[in-house]
Design a protein around this ligand. Structure first.
Ligand code: CMP
Length: 141
């Protein structure tokens, strides 16, 4: 089925100037960018986005990293978009990521891991609504 998923190009990848290379991976895999914006996350915005991780030991480092520089946030649309994006990203820890995935090629560590992608249909719905109004999403399906 055609799905939508939320993707974030994190501060490390923005800093490496590889937004376009990462977008090319999405497009080559048949995913379309149907909404996008660049912003610098505040602690409040980052904390709300990652609320499910609030009690985890890595939460302070995660928020510190995600607010360290601008991010690019986008909605990707396409057949099986949620799983397809996760395949393109590779494992959360770049040490475990398959060769040729975004994290294997661009990420340095489990914190500076280049990209975020929704992990389920429910997360995708919540995460897209967290950043975009329905009228901001320019679906083509
Ligand atoms: P992301 O997919 O954005 O979701 C939460 C982020 O927390 C994750 O990517 C990692 O960058 C970061 N993180 C740091 N340590 C861990 C950990 N032990 N398990 C999962 N995520 C972690």
């Amino acid at each position: 089925a055609v799905e939508r998923t939320l993707s974030i190009v994190k501060p490390d990848a923005v800093g490496k100037n590889v937004i376009g290379e990462i977008y090319s991976r999405f497009e080559s895999a048949g995913l379309q960018v149907v909404a996008a914006k660049m912003l610098r996350l505040s602690e409040e915005l980052a904390g709300g986005f990652y609320a499910e991780h609030r009690e985890r030991p890595f939460f302070p480092a995660l928020i510190g990293f995600m607010t360290s520089g601008p991010v690019m946030v986008q909605v990707l649309e396409g057949e099986n978009a949620i799983a397809k994006n996760r395949e393109l990203m590779g494992a959360t820890n770049p040490k475990d990521a398959e060769p040729g995935t975004i994290r294997a090629d661009f990420a340095e560590s489990i914190d500076a891991n280049a990209v975020h992608g929704s992990d389920s249909a429910a997360s995708a719905e919540r995460e897209i609504a967290y950043f975009f109004a329905a009228s901001d999403v320019c679906g083509r399906s």
